[in-house]
Design a protein around this ligand. Structure first.
Ligand code: HAM
Length: 423
């Protein structure tokens, strides 16, 4: 066999042996969102490219370098979504989701696309889970959103993570901080990496996020945003910390958390881990109080977060965390002879109609081969049906762990199996 087609670089298949894992992770997230009264929203995987340019920001790496942009047949410019917030805000405005209540809470999950250099924990197509909360500026909500992320990671059984918290200031005080950064970095300009030299004029806060060693050293000595917060931002940031402490959620204040997207104001946070190497952010988010208005909606504050499933799965493997397999018992149908095969469809239908999961292997005919398959499938019970049983309207039920067999009437099959599989 020669491989004629290969998967695109930076993407991967979720294979059948892993898909249950994904499904369960998503179910856990759904379950938690229900507790916090969030409702699911599903948006298209492509949008007008301009939506991301306006929201994520022209000077962000995502828009500058990483968007999968394309033209449709009518020349309209679209982009595969690099993140979920912009699409959710677009939908919030377009569908007037805020009309029914002062608060709107939504959650989402699905593939996102960024054309970045693939590496461990960084893909070109990756799956995010996330939430967005619209309608309140109250720092209580910040703590509530952070608590949801914290609860999710905790409920999954993760231990090796921490919450890093910052305030980026509002649109009044943030420019003063940008100016302080420009002043600090101006004399260092020639020592900065080419990207940072550009950031200095376009988006000074992003200088703090550079991964180049020399730039990182300068970032350590840079002025702190916390010294530039105005009264209102400072008070709200203190309240967020108080509400987190009230819930027993530990955090560290890290004034160098700037996030890579331009829409953030005030609270910004990341859940990070030491277990994953350089791609160490499990999830991140923050406030974006001006975004709804910037995209044409009524003035509406918002806050949310998103995380990648891949990094979660990776760390769960490292920490040896699995999901408890369901206690559902499995049944294997063993068919002996043509008569039994002829009746198999009816039996399978009856079992499935009654919610009983059943497996069989039509390629095998001998009892030995079929019992071997049943063993391999780690089945709990086998149902053996041969000509003799058919003539007597019975089936043989074999408990695979004890080897015990019993003969049951075919008409009592479902009522006998239900208590066994639900045990
Ligand atoms: P973000 O920090 O760009 O924020 O991405 C959130 C998370 O998505 C990251 O912490 C990481 O777990 C995962 N992630 C990002 N890029 C990749 C990649 N290339 N491969 C694998 N995983 C990745 C946002 O996307 C914001 N929309 C979050 C938000 C929601 N802010 C407010 N609401």
């Amino acid at each position: 066999m020669s491989l004629k087609y290969k998967i695109p670089r930076g993407t991967y298949d979720i294979l059948p042996e892993d898909s249950q894992f994904w499904y369960k992770l998503m179910n856990k997230f759904r379950e938690l969102c229900r507790l916090y009264n969030y409702h699911e929203i599903v948006t298209p995987i492509f949008e007008q490219a301009d939506l991301f340019e306006r929201s994520v920001g022209d000077s962000s790496d995502i828009v500058e370098k990483e968007m999968y942009k394309f033209q449709d047949k009518k020349g309209r410019v679209f982009a595969l979504r690099p993140e979920g917030t912009a699409s959710v805000v677009r939908s919030f405005i377009e569908n007037n989701l805020g009309r029914q209540s002062s608060i709107t809470r939504v959650y989402y999950s699905g593939p996102m696309f960024r054309y970045d250099r693939p590496q461990k924990g960084r893909f070109r197509q990756f799956y995010q889970y996330g939430v967005e909360h619209f309608g309140s500026e109250d720092p209580f909500v910040d703590a509530e959103v952070i608590s949801l992320a914290n609860m999710f990671l905790t409920k999954l059984g993760l231990k090796n993570f921490r919450l890093e918290l910052n305030s980026l200031g509002c649109r009044d005080c943030s420019p003063l901080y940008d100016q302080a950064l420009v002043n600090y970095y101006s004399s260092l300009k020639t020592d900065l990496c080419p990207d940072c030299q550009q950031r200095l004029t376009k988006n000074p806060k992003r200088l703090l996020d550079c991964k180049v060693d020399s730039c990182r050293n300068y970032a350590r000595e840079a002025p702190s945003i916390l010294d530039y917060l105005d009264e209102n931002c400072r008070r709200d940031f203190e309240l967020v910390q108080k509400y987190l402490t009230d819930q027993g959620i530990e955090f560290i204040v890290n004034p160098r958390i700037v996030r890579g997207l331009d829409y953030y104001v005030k609270t910004a946070f990341e859940f990070t881990t030491d277990a994953l190497g350089s791609q160490n952010t499990l999830c991140g988010g923050g406030r974006y109080d001006g975004l709804v208005e910037d995209l044409g909606g009524d003035k509406t504050p918002g806050i949310g977060f998103a995380g990648g499933f891949e990094r979660l799965i990776e760390i769960m493997k490292i920490e040896n965390i699995g999901f408890n397999e369901s206690s559902e018992k499995s049944i294997y149908l063993v068919l002996l002879g043509d008569q039994a095969r002829a009746q198999a469809a009816g039996i399978l239908h009856e079992l499935r109609t009654n919610g009983i999961k059943v497996d069989f292997d039509i390629t095998k005919t001998s009892i030995k081969a079929q019992m071997k398959s049943a063993d391999k499938a780690m089945t709990n019970y086998s149902l053996i049906i041969g000509d003799e049983e058919l003539a007597r309207k019975t089936v043989i039920l074999k408990d695979m762990s004890t080897g015990e067999q019993q003969i049951i009437q075919k008409k009592e099959l479902v009522s006998t199996l239900i208590p066994l599989v639900q045990q």
